[in-house]
Design a protein. Structure first.
Length: 516
């Protein structure tokens, strides 16, 4: 069926970009009773999408599709103030779509970027559009294809007035969780969306706050995924479990404190047989992992803000070293590994579970410490409890664990680190012996576990009253006159020793006319 010119003001919301995520979000909005104007640069894609989804797909809720072949007609078909969601590739393609829309828009219209944009790009775009009298929302959308279709976690940032215009759509389409238990409400189907429950969306903050929260969410996701992989590797190569046995173990873990979407799908993967060979599916997947950059962005930002997020960064590096497949194959033939020392340390399946839980906690602690630092640095006033709350459903890191994080920040909104919450203090105290044994066993076996080790190092560093940085700072003063503070004077007073004659009394930096 060829596209016809749509009626003016016939749609409630518009969407540009009909790749899989865009199509699924359109269907989600239509399921919730919205008339959705749709536009794609390739007209045939729009035609096929509309033909594949006749009005009967959306039940009797009043929703439907309003296709446009021409961008100007597409914009005119949307009621004012216009809400136009764009779901295209981040970077230049996003800018190109925005530039093509602007000449057709009017003051007060809202453009919503639902892609994985770098938050600094979002800040730039919002400022540019504000100067033109237009509104802009940078919104994280998490949950993959299924989430977009039946309820994602949505993280909108921008001016409060922009959120108020977008709010009815985002609140309707977001995943829902039970108000009492915090568990996701499931059962959505085409034409039959979930009703009731608490939507997994909220106003995040100004300009780039929404995309920043999504970026760090993805950094945490990198860590969470790699930690599960390391737990699997230890189960398999240190404890000798088969993929099917590992699947059963993860299935059991999913009934307890580690309940999560990622544990659930990992258990499914590990029981899958390859349809070609009949071998365990995981054994025929080449061990090289891709990435799209959000984990790297998170790690770079952590360095910029001076926040220790080594576990997140290690997850990025784990993907990088996985990509060196040919080098690793060559190295495996030349570099010697363990000589069997690991047998001296006996660990159980439960010990691996405890190590995974504690390491996961450290990964999330780092992510939420980043949120707190960014909130101050960029003056966003982020509500960390609400952020954890909207992650409970729809998103990739959705987990029962997040309810405890919500509880922690509800009890103490100024909590400096998740590790200090009384609930988590007790959990780690009861599990840390197992955690240490697992890390030691993996090291002695030669089973790579960079995130388990990094998380434990983070925990031990954070709980240490004294670190060897005293020697490091003395080194800096020795070779570069970078000064140092003393343990017996107030913080903020800096000193320097004339190292060629270190027997002389040290002087305050200010007395020497030195600046830090």
């Amino acid at each position: 069926m060829a596209l016809t010119k749509p009626a003016i003001d016939s749609a409630d919301v518009g969407l540009v970009g009909l790749a899989v995520m865009g199509q699924n979000l359109v269907l989600n909005m239509a399921d919730h009773g919205f008339k959705v104007a749709v536009y794609n640069r390739t007209t045939s894609v729009t035609e096929k999408f509309v033909n594949d989804n006749p009005p009967s797909v959306f039940g009797d809720g009043g929703g439907g599709l309003v296709p446009g072949a021409d961008l100007a007609d597409f914009v005119k078909s949307i009621k004012k103030p216009r809400r136009i969601v764009i779901l295209v590739k981040a970077g230049g393609p996003t800018d190109a779509v925005i530039d093509s829309l602007v000449p057709h828009l009017e003051k007060g219209d809202v453009i919503v970027d639902g892609g994985n944009a770098l938050y600094t790009d979002t800040i730039r775009r919002e400022k540019a559009l504000t100067d033109k009298g237009l509104l802009f929302v940078g919104s994280g959308v998490s949950g993959g294809e299924e989430g977009a279709r039946f309820g994602p976690s949505l993280m909108p940032g921008g001016k409060p007035e922009s959120w108020e215009i977008l709010k009815p759509v985002w609140m309707a389409c977001a995943a829902k969780v039970d108000a009492k238990t915090g568990k996701p409400i499931e059962g959505a189907a085409p034409g039959k969306p979930v009703t009731g429950g608490v939507p997994c969306t909220t106003y995040i903050g100004p300009d780039g706050a929404g995309h920043y929260v999504k970026m760090v969410h993805n950094g945490i996701e990198y860590g969470d995924m790699q930690l599960i992989c390391e737990a699997y590797s230890i189960l398999r190569f240190s404890l000798g479990k088969t993929p099917a046995e590992c699947s059963a173990i993860l299935t059991e873990w999913n009934l307890g404190d580690l309940n999560s979407f990622l544990i659930e799908i990992s258990a499914d993967i590990l029981q899958q047989k390859d349809p070609v060979t009949g071998a365990p599916f995981v054994d025929v997947v080449l061990d090289t992992a891709g990435q799209k950059g959000t984990g790297k962005w998170t790690s770079v930002n952590a360095l910029d803000l001076g926040i220790p997020a080594a576990t997140v960064a290690e997850a990025v590096f784990a993907r990088c070293i996985s990509a060196l497949k040919d080098e690793r194959v060559n190295a495996s033939k030349k570099l010697k590994g363990s000589t069997g020392l690991g047998k001296a340390i006996d660990i159980s399946v439960d010990a691996v579970r405890d190590a995974l839980y504690c390491s996961k906690l450290c990964c999330y602690a780092q992510g939420f410490a980043l949120y707190a630092a960014a909130s101050t640095e960029y003056k966003w006033n982020l509500n960390l409890g609400e952020i954890a709350q909207i992650f409970r459903g729809g998103c990739i890191i959705r987990a029962g664990f997040l309810q405890k994080i919500t509880d922690a920040f509800t009890k103490d909104p100024k909590l400096s680190n998740l590790l200090l919450d009384p609930y988590f203090v007790d959990k780690v105290a009861s599990m840390q012996d197992n955690w240490r044994k697992v890390v030691a066993r993996a090291a002695l076996d030669g089973t790579p576990s960079p995130l388990f080790a990094s998380a434990l190092s983070y925990y031990d560093s954070y709980r240490s009253e004294t670190l060897p940085a005293n020697l490091l700072q003395a080194q800096r003063d020795y070779f570069g006159a970078h000064t140092y503070e003393r343990t017996d004077t107030p913080r903020g007073e800096f000193f320097h020793i004339d190292w060629p004659d270190a027997s002389r009394p040290q002087l305050k930096a200010s007395e020497l006319g030195m600046s830090r």
